[in-house]
Design a protein around this ligand. Structure first.
Ligand code: RET
Length: 270
């Protein structure tokens, strides 16, 4: 059971959580439109990243929308506070969403990094195995988050091993992408991808630990704000950043629609 169900909430606390879920879903819907609308200015070789952002956004809009409904159904206003209705709220749904989004986000990285052929297949397989093993072992552990017993810690530790493996492959991939970058701007942008990746992904294990750090109403509200922050950073901002890099790589390779799209931001010719 998720520790959200242990508490009652003031109107403010309840609304902040519901509001952040709604905002997050709305951000994903907006980025869905952005990524489909800008796909045409990216060379075919990199364009799949835009459509994959679309896949991530659709799955995340559905997940956040359903989470908002679950939150709304799990607590009801009794005249003084929002108290449990008996219908349980569950963060387990997040793990199901990650099962789609994590492999897709990692595939996008390989595409924009320009990894091809046998190297692509090898890294893709490692990414998918490490990612799914990380999520599903963490899923097993989160059932024990209220007790914080052995299952919580052991599954969490196993999950962390897979996470470190995944991080290592991501680091290798970004290092290769930087080495192959056609100009310093693109090299710097890949550096930004690494920071964004490391920070936003590492927030998830912290959210996993939250019931042990602070088993309070404040802990619940902050965990859900933290999750949404991480979701927006690791899916939406990341998707946009990869699209920007893909467009710059396309322009550097002489792809005309990318060059024309870049002109909109160029200094006017004198
Ligand atoms: C778990 C369990 C505890 C240990 C670790 C975890 C890592 C989770 C991560 C999730 C990333 C999710 C993303 C979703 C985007 O859609 C499973 C919480 C290390 C890194 C990026």
């Amino acid at each position: 059971m998720s520790f959200e169900n242990l508490f009652g909430y003031t109107a403010t606390q309840f609304e902040i959580v519901l509001g952040v879920f709604t905002l997050t879903a709305a951000v994903f819907a907006a980025v869905l439109v952005y990524s489909l609308a800008t796909a045409g200015s990216i060379a075919p070789r990199y364009r799949l990243t835009s459509y994959l952002t679309g896949v991530v956004m659709v799955s995340a809009v559905i997940e956040l929308g359903l989470l908002a409904l679950r939150w709304n159904g799990a607590f009801a206003w009794d005249g003084t506070a929002y108290t449990a209705t008996g219908a349980l709220f569950s963060n387990g749904f997040r793990y199901m969403n990650w099962s789609i989004d994590v492999p897709v986000l990692l595939t996008q990285l390989l595409i924009v990094a320009g990894i091809t052929g046998a190297a692509f297949r090898k890294r893709w397989a490692s990414f998918v195995i490490a990612g799914l093993a990380m999520i599903w072992t963490g899923y097993a552990g989160q059932f024990d988050e209220v007790n914080g017993g052995a299952a919580f810690w052991v599954w969490g530790a196993i999950s962390t091993v897979f996470y470190l493996w995944l991080l290592y492959i991501a680091w290798q991939t970004i290092r290769d992408a930087k080495a192959a970058a056609p100009n310093p701007v693109i090299r710097r942008l890949f550096g930004a991808v690494w920071i964004l990746f490391l920070v936003s992904w590492t927030i998830y294990p912290l959210a996993y630990l939250m019931p042990q750090i602070s088993a309070t109403v404040g802990g619940v509200v902050s965990r859900n704000l933290i999750y949404s922050f991480a979701d927006i950073a690791s899916k939406a901002v990341y998707g946009i950043l990869l699209a920007v890099i893909a467009q710059k790589l396309s322009a550097a390779r002489g792809y005309q629609p990318a060059i024309e799209a870049e002109e909109a931001f160029a200094e006017p010719a004198r």
